[in-house]
Design a protein around this ligand. Structure first.
Ligand code: NDP
Ligand code: BG6
Length: 509
């Protein structure tokens, strides 16, 4: 009898059980991301027994705090942000191997101290422990950290051996093409590309990985996945939250840099790329870059809409407009919403618009990829009693993760009437709801040296190449052309007009 094939996620799990001895060093250890995502990720990996026995966690930051104080900070982060409650059993296993090194990011002597600290860990463990450096600081200190990893020789630690130094770099990866190139240059000055893990946490989301499985592990989609059958693709990444306390950061960023250029483009690439020759990191990343290169330049006068949120209601609560938020310039020209029409010039997609939109303070938090198929010829079911919808396959990335397909069905009865019906698959009902967070998967993948879910240097530059002219055009225009939408709505009218120009309308997710 033929052997039942293993579920792909189970195969992954067994791969992960082989993580080598690792010391994860977090730069920016007292920061927001460390508390909300990184420490809870380490904790949950420990709870799932996915950490290697010789795992060490080292916090690094400018604050002169003790090991004990860092452990307390970590424990309270787990209590507040972990998907699992803090259990003493699991926590003690990590706590006894959690330490802290105080030092500046531009201080070579402090990096020498860090190198000594890691050498002592190796000594204690009695074998080589690969360092995994996680740069979780504001981008202004990415370069000094990288340079000091180079000058202290930490960047080359165990290079040439199976498990060597690796570096995870947080977003934003530059703020335009030139700065991304510069950062890549700094990186390649101290590290080899295979040591570098550029984060886009959307790639760590289960449903984003499922996109590849749905597309390439099912035979029913691929024959339809092209310009002959697909009318348009709509990708929505909307959030209910506003800029909150991150006004200072957001003013320098905006929706295009914060969400579209990175997270949303990853969704475009995975939806539209050609089948890779294998599941290897390079095979997948080659296809993504090829796809990004086929995207036509964006015309700032025709293909885009941008806007800021105005005062409005969300979940019965009145929310202020963007210009009233803390840290925002009175006449700010930063967009909190961006919509883009992309044209992909290749055999598969020519003539199929890809519409992207992302905004803060919108009606609902949802990330969705909706593939809208062409209408059937209206020869049979045309006219009055037929309520026909376009077939739409929608990947619900978050929340309420799943997949749905809109079909047209017959309404039971003696007359022939039609009605759109929805077939749905929900992760929570099939697999349960306690799925790992993106950062768990990403930290573990970096530990075992799998870079599939990370961005390659040329990938980041290709995306910036596409968006830099648009960013420059918006900067030159100031507030000219800036639309407005009420907080709690589905976006501005200029974004509706963008689709209306090609006889399309935004889908309500
Ligand atoms: P924080 O502003 O919380 O900074 C992290 C740490 O870096 C601080 O605790 C501080 O540590 C140090 N630091 C802060 N400002 C400076 C400065 N001007 N110069 C040198 N060191 C500084 O950042 P986050 O934790 O929010 O973000 C870290 C990285 O992760 C950023 O690149 C961000 O873009 C990215 N990111 C964050 C997300 C989030 O939700 N927070 C989401 C996605 C990405 P100390 O004083 O101890 O040295
Ligand atoms: C971050 C952005 O990269 O992604 C934030 O900087 C945004 O502004 C966040 O809120 C959204 O992530 P998620 O996983 O909540 O969709």
């Amino acid at each position: 009898m033929a052997e039942t094939p293993r579920h792909p996620f189970l195969q992954d799990l067994s791969k992960h059980r082989g993580a080598p001895p690792t010391a994860v060093v977090i730069f920016g250890a007292s920061g927001d991301l460390t508390a909300r995502k990184l420490i809870p990720a380490v904790y949950n990996l420990a709870a799932d027994n996915l950490l290697p026995p010789d795992f060490h966690l080292v916090g690094y930051g400018r604050k002169p705090i003790t090991d004990e104080a860092f452990r307390e900070l970590a424990a309270s982060a787990i209590k507040e942000f972990s998907r699992r409650e803090l259990s003493d059993d699991v926590w003690f296993r990590i706590a006894e191997r959690t330490t802290y090194v105080a030092g500046g990011y531009d201080d070579p002597a402090a990096f020498d101290r860090l190198a000594d600290h890691l050498a002592k860990i190796d000594e204690k463990v009695g074998r080589e422990v690969q360092p995994l450096f996680y740069i979780s600081t504001p981008p202004s200190v990415f370069a000094p950290i990288l340079e000091n990893l180079g000058s202290s020789n930490l960047a080359k630690k165990y290079l040439g051996k199976p498990h060597h130094a690796k570096v995870i770099i947080e977003k934003p990866f530059g703020r335009d093409l030139e700065s991304a190139r510069e950062l890549n240059k700094t990186i390649t000055g101290v590290l080899e590309e295979h040591q570098v893990y550029r984060i886009d946490h959307y790639l760590g989301k289960e449903t984003v990985q499922d996109l590849l499985v749905q597309r390439f592990a099912n035979s029913i989609f691929e024959p339809l996945w092209n310009r002959n059958f697909i009318d348009n693709v709509q990708i929505t990444v909307s959030e209910e939250v506003g800029v909150g306390t991150r006004g200072g950061y957001y003013e320098q960023s905006g929706a295009l840099r914060d969400m579209i250029q990175n997270h949303t483009m990853q969704l475009v690439a995975l939806t539209a790329m050609e089948p890779p020759v294998s599941l290897d990191a390079e095979a997948i990343r080659d296809e993504k870059v090829k796809l990004l290169r086929a995207i036509q330049p964006i015309d700032p006068a025709v293909d885009v809409a941008r806007a800021q949120y105005a005062e409005g209601m969300i979940a019965g609560k009145s929310e202020p407009g963007y210009l009233e938020e803390e840290g925002i310039a009175e006449q700010s020209g930063t967009e909190t919403y961006a919509a883009i029409k992309l044209s992909i010039n290749n055999w598969r997609w020519q003539g199929v618009p890809f519409y992207l939109r992302s905004g803060k303070r919108m009606a609902r938090r949802v990330t969705e990829i909706a593939v809208q198929f062409k209408r059937p010829p209206g020869t049979l079911f045309a006219g009055g009693g037929f309520d026909l919808a376009t077939n739409t396959l929608s990947f619900q990335i978050q929340p309420d993760e799943g997949l749905s397909l809109i079909l047209n069905g017959k309404v039971p009865g003696l007359e022939t009437r039609t009605q759109p019906v929805k077939m749905s698959f929900r992760y929570s009902t099939t697999f349960g709801s306690n799925t790992p967070e993106a950062y768990e998967r990403l930290v573990l993948d970096a530990m075992i040296g799998d870079s599939t879910l990370f961005i390659r240097g040329d990938e980041a530059e290709t995306s910036w190449k596409l968006y830099t002219p648009l960013l420059e055009a918006w900067e030159a225009a100031g507030r000219d052309g800036m639309g407005e939408y009420a907080a709690g709505s589905w976006g501005p009218s200029n974004a509706d007009a963008l689709l209306a120009a090609t006889d399309h309308v935004w889908r309500k997710p």
